[in-house]
Ligand binder design. Structure first.
Ligand SMILES: [Zn+2]
Length: 372
């Protein structure tokens, strides 16, 4: 058991004295003392006052010091970006969102994000040196060195050294990951650690992530969950940006749906507007959203047959279309998937709603900072 496990027990309120730590971990007083020494040296734990003793010598009360450091987060979405600063308890201290055209130049978006983070730090009376880690989520696959790989939604970012550029501004560990992966991580922390969770994001694009044993499974090339270009039968009239026909992303991707509605004489700019039109009762939008739900359910049936997850979490702007998307998704998923695999499957919306991505990227950076 390492210092982080001890820290987590104190942080989660499961232990607040040395005796309780010994009881919970089975470790000796000497070992606990050594681990607490490491944590105190990093400013993470303070020991003060006297807890009511259960006999023997009084033990000091251990408190997690959330203000010892900060984590910085950048959540880049297809239609905008959010930056945030939180303390080591994950409490958000400052946040700023801006609608941005992110697909063109990564320099532009990263410069905006670093300027905002610096200004927010200054407003909090803190400095970049107080940051312990920086996490950034991008809408596309990312390789091991933190470079986006052929991101369909932001072609200008292909191979761009994101981590390297950010480190020029903040001398901390930089974590770069796919937006659906970080969303899945944040969502997984709100459920039982033993759960096997598939998180599907239906927004401008469609992607999924899988968390088992508390870890995101990224695959050999970091491309696990890239289901956007999986063929869905019955949609060969729709040509995808990749050149193939009937790809899931072309059928159920929010931007493509918005474009088709606009072409049909119903002006619509993005996924949020598609969902708003469906909520407002526009028949063409409802039909399109339901069709997207069926297409997603069809692909998810195979995913569920292979992974047999305990929970399916559905996130993204398209889930705001009342229940049109989710009900169609369920209908097709239950029809197409193995009955045993769906018998206990819990299907729910992301608990954090629209903030799921930001919470996920903060969680990723925070867990890295505390484990370091
Ligand atoms: Zn495609």
């Amino acid at each position: 058991m390492i210092a982080t496990d001890i820290l987590n027990l104190i942080r989660d309120g499961k232990a607040s004295t040395r005796s309780e730590l010994m009881e919970q971990t089975g470790l000796s007083r000497t070992t606990i003392g050594a681990r607490l020494g490491e944590l105190k040296a990093r400013g993470l734990i303070t020991e003060s006052g006297n807890a009511v003793s259960t006999g023997g010598r009084p033990s000091g009360l251990l408190t997690f010091h959330a203000a010892a450091g900060l984590v910085l987060a950048i959540d880049v979405g297809a239609t905008g970006a959010t930056v945030a600063i939180s303390d080591l308890a994950g409490e958000s201290l400052a946040e700023r969102h801006e609608r941005r055209n992110i697909d063109a130049d990564p320099e532009d978006t990263l410069a905006w994000a670093t300027d905002e983070l610096r200004a927010m730090l200054a407003a909090l009376g803190r400095s970049p040196g107080d940051a312990w880690a920086l996490g950034i989520a991008l809408p596309g696959s990312v390789d091991e060195s933190g470079r986006p790989i052929s991101p369909g939604l932001m072609p200008g970012w292909d191979g761009f050294p994101v981590a390297q550029r950010l480190r020029e501004h903040f001398d901390v560990d930089i974590l770069v990951d796919n937006d659906v992966n970080v969303m899945a991580l944040g969502e997984a922390r709100q459920h039982d650690p033993g759960e096997q969770i598939v998180v599907l994001k239906a927004g401008t694009g469609v992607g999924l992530a899988y968390v088992a044993g508390g870890q995101i499974l990224r695959g050999a090339q970091g491309a696990a969950g890239e289901i956007g270009h999986t063929h869905v039968p019955g949609h060969d009239d729709i040509v995808c940006s990749c050149g193939k026909r009937g790809c899931l992303q072309a059928v159920a991707g929010g931007q493509r749906m918005a474009d088709r509605l606009t072409a049909a004489g119903i002006p619509c700019a993005n996924t949020a507007e598609v969902a708003a039109l469906a909520r407002g009762g526009t028949p063409e939008a409802i039909a399109m959203v339901r069709s997207a739900g069926h297409a997603i359910g069809f692909v998810l049936a195979t995913v569920v047959n292979i992974l047999n997850p305990s929970r399916l979490v559905v996130a993204g702007d398209l889930t705001d279309a009342r229940d049109f998307m989710l009900s169609a998704l369920r209908e097709t998923l239950y029809r197409e998937a193995n009955t045993l695999a769906t018998s206990e499957l819990e299907i729910s919306r992301a608990r954090a709603g629209a903030r799921a991505g930001l919470i996920g990227v903060s969680t990723m950076a925070l867990e890295h900072a505390l484990a370091a």
